[in-house]
Every structure is written in C-alpha cells, then in structure tokens.
Design a binder for this molecule. Structure first.
Ligand code: ADP
Ligand code: NI
Length: 222
C-alpha cells in the first residue's frame, strides 16, 4: 500500500507498463524516486500527494539512452500519464501540475522546473543517478549499449579522461561520471537533496579513485 489511495490506483494502472528488461529504469527506480519525492515535498512547498503521483508516472515512456530521441522521454511520459492520472482520480488542474513536473524532469532535455513539484521530482530522480544505486544504473545502461555498439566500462589507457581526450559516455561507462553524474549535486533545488547528493557524489569520486588504481596495473597490456 502506498501513501495515498490515489497512488495505489495509479500504481496498479502503470506497473504492468513499466519496462522489465531495463534495470536502470525498473520499478525499484520508480519507487525510490517516489520515496524521495514524498520526503522532499514539504521542504519545497509541494503537495506530497501530487509529488508522489509525479514520481510514479515520470518514466512511463522510456526512450533508450543511445537514441537521438532520448531527450524527449520526459515529454512523452508527461503525455502518456494524463489518462492514468484522470482514472486515478486527479482533477484536471492537479493532473496538469503533475504533467508539467514530468515534462521538465529529464537531464538530457535540460529544462528548468517551473514550480515546486518539478523541483521535487527533478531532485528525487537525480538522487537516484548518484551513489551506489546510481553506479549500478550507470553500468546497467552501459551493458545495454554494448549489445549495439563497441562499449566498455572505462578507457583502459585513461579511465578519468586526464589526457584531455573527448569524453564519450556511450563508449566508456566511467565517462558518464564527469559528463553528467558529478554535475548533479550542484543542480539540486532542495537542501535535503543537496546534502544527500554530496554524500553520494563522494562515493562516486571514491569509486573513480579505486578504478584508476586497479586499471593502472593492466595498462601496459591494454
Ligand atoms: P535523462 O534524465 O537524461 O533522461 P535519466 O536520468 O533517465 O536520463 O538517466 C537514467 C540513468 O541512465 C541514470 O542512472 C544515468 O546514469 C544512466 N545513463 C544515462 N546515460 C548514460 C550513459 N551514456 N552511460 C551510462 N549510463 C547512462
Ligand atoms: Ni527516472
């Protein structure tokens, strides 16, 4: 049972629609974003019922990360969520507030949230790209790219890109940290999310340090 009866109705409708083959965007991601959205809502001045609903529907349409249409996932999810929000009992003005938050959520789309609900959803979704879970999601994405194009965990000659080579996160999973993940902490809107993001950021930095150490041993033969 979720926090509000309307969330239960929404979840029952969308659970069968969530992807099962993509570990980076599975139901557990949605439920973690949901938990953080509920937690952050009061601080941001957002209605927790609407914040939870936004989290539940935010990844309804999942466009592969290596597709040129990827930045449009948020807009597609926003559009697809309308009917489900109506059925779950949200009034038109509530529904549109949720839809607007989902529309601006994505990092790759680069839109700024236009209200408290959007700020809560963006913070909650971005937290899930950091820390231990964020790292697992990053590597799950890299595995899915590997099925379609040459891809590896890191560049064996230069894992951190210290040489000034172009970062390419479709080719090297570790490049996604400097390209995106290590920029997320400073993009947080709420203080609580920022404090959590700083801790998760430090974990990713530590992982990169350990990766550099381990990669150095194999470098002469890589
Ligand atoms: P966006 O907001 O741009 O749609 P998401 O936040 O949905 O992106 O990204 C979801 C997850 O996919 C994140 O955990 C992120 O680290 C991972 N991811 C996205 N792009 C890449 C990439 N090029 N390489 C590895 N992981 C990626
Ligand atoms: Ni998400």
């Amino acid at each position: 049972m979720l926090a509000h009866p309307r969330h239960d109705r929404l979840w029952a409708a969308i659970l069968p629609l969530l992807p099962t083959a993509d570990l980076a965007h599975d139901r557990d991601h949605v439920l973690r974003v949901y938990a953080w959205a509920l937690r952050l809502a009061p601080e941001a001045g957002a209605d927790p019922d609407l914040a939870g609903a936004a989290a539940l529907v935010h990844d309804l349409v999942n466009i592969p990360k290596d597709s040129p249409d990827r930045p449009l996932g948020g807009e597609a999810s926003a559009k697809a969520s309308r009917g489900h929000l109506d059925t779950a009992g949200y009034a038109p003005e509530e529904r549109e507030a949720v839809v607007e938050a989902v529309r601006t959520c994505s990092w790759s789309r680069g839109l700024a949230p236009t209200g408290p609900l959007g700020r809560v959803l963006q913070d909650a979704d971005r937290l899930d790209a950091l820390g231990a879970v964020g790292l697992a999601r990053n590597l799950a994405c890299a595995q899915s790219f590997a099925a379609r194009s040459p891809s590896r965990f890191y560049d064996p000659q230069d894992p951190l890109g210290d040489s000034g080579r172009a970062l390419d996160d479709l080719r090297n999973a570790a490049d996604h940290l400097p390209r995106k993940l290590l920029r997320l902490a400073r993009s947080m809107h709420t203080e609580t999310a920022r404090a959590e993001a700083v801790r998760r950021h430090a974990f990713l930095e530590a992982w990169l340090g350990q990766l550099t150490h381990e990669a150095a041993v194999a470098r002469p033969w890589a």
